[in-house]
Design a protein around this ligand. Structure first.
Ligand code: PLP
Length: 361
């Protein structure tokens, strides 16, 4: 395994032994322990968690020879000690596959998904170019195309997307693409000197919209929280009035951040009515389906809750929530092919298939 030396102090940092046999044993023991952990996870006689204080956790890890504190000058950890640390970790973890794990938003993990995650870690590739990750590039494309077909409508005809590190980032991508459409020069000029753009979400929308507004330099004052009905869904009339008010102040409404399944109450915004508003106002409609996007998989819920979502410009979908994929599995899908392409730069090899092609053909 890896070992590096701090040139200044001479300290040696290593993960564990460099002996190949010990390394292989560590991998086999790890696999056995993890399989046992998963197959026993529905044992209701075990607690969901043995909640431990930080001090007691520090002593537990020190007792097995792998202190949590990364002390200077320590040598490498042995394979057997590392394995004991794994057992201690699993013992002190919250068992999210336990039938009594009733925390919010997610639980357990599909076993095939766990196996796939292990494969991804073992392959250790970065899906940034086709050359370095041909299989995973294809897998990503095909899964995103399937999600687009499930969303349906305009997404079936044409789509693009990415797996991203969370629903918050997916919402940020949406707002960013919306700004690029409303003010293409903003990417190079910056926000200063451009049109006064304003975005709209419901008062129950996830706080990631606010973070996105701050990160993009839009400013949270230019993110309007639209009033909701008693069920927590955005009121289309309130949206229309808020947009008009913004226009009266010389601002340009460019983005409507709708939600399929609000974080606290699980409300679904009325996408059909919101799509009408978005089309009339030439605003980008994004559906944050991080929590409730999987309602599209139910023949009744897709009509009762998701109608109109296929008219959106983009959708965020966290498969680690209602679909039980292992954390973190978040898709961003847009109905605008090529929208994710960085237009001014191209690092791709002509003729080699890319996730978002730069070269015709
Ligand atoms: C509606 C909604 N949107 C976005 C997010 C953010 O997702 P993530 O935690 O994957 O960034 C959440 C998370 O709870 C959510 O409930």
């Amino acid at each position: 395994m890896f070992s590096t030396v701090d040139q200044a102090s001479g300290d040696r940092y290593a993960t564990t032994t460099s002996d190949p046999l010990e390394t292989e044993k560590l991998l086999r023991d790890t696999a056995d322990t993890l399989v046992k952990y998963l197959t026993s996870s529905n044992d209701v006689s075990a607690p969901v968690v043995k909640l431990s204080s930080p001090d007691s956790m520090e002593s537990d890890f020190a007792a097995v020879g792998v202190p949590l504190e990364l002390r200077d000058g320590e040598g490498p950890v042995s394979g057997p000690d590392l394995h004991k640390a794994l057992e201690t970790t699993l013992d002190l973890c919250v068992r999210t596959s336990h039938p009594y794990f009733l925390n919010q938003l997610y639980a357990g993990a599909d076993r095939a998904g766990v196996a796939a995650d292990w494969a991804v870690v073992a392959a250790n590739t970065n899906v940034h170019t086709y050359e370095v990750a041909p299989v995973f590039t294809m897998v990503e494309q095909k899964v995103l195309q399937k999600l687009a077909r499930v969303i349906g409508g305009r997404f079936q005809a044409a789509s693009d997307g990415l797996f991203v590190p969370g629903g918050s980032i997916a919402n940020t991508y949406a707002m960013h693409l919306a700004r690029r459409r409303a003010d293409p020069a903003a990417n190079t000029r910056g926000m200063a000197g451009g049109p006064r753009l304003v975005a709209f979400t419901s008062e129950h929308a996830h706080y990631s919209y606010k973070k996105a507004a701050m990160l993009m330099g839009l400013g949270s004052d230019n993110l309007v929280a639209v009033a909701c009905d008693a069920a927590g869904a955005m009121k289309p009339d309130a949206l229309r009035s808020a947009m008009q008010e913004a226009r009266d102040k010389g601002k340009i409404p460019f983005f409507i951040g709708a939600t399929a399944g609000t974080t606290v109450t699980g409300a679904f915004d009325p996408f059909l009515a919101l799509a009408d508003v978005a089309e009339a106002e030439h605003a980008w409609l994004h559906v944050d389906g991080a929590w409730g996007g999987a309602a599209l998989l139910s023949p009744t819920a897709r009509i009762e809750l998701m109608a109109g979502s296929a008219r959106a410009d983009s959708v965020a979908w966290n498969a680690h929530k209602l679909m039980g994929m292992p954390l973190q599995c978040s898709a961003f899908v847009t109905a605008h092919p090529g929208a994710l392409k960085v237009r001014d730069t191209c690092h791709h090899t002509p003729g080699v298939p890319q996730r978002t092609p730069c070269h015709p053909g």
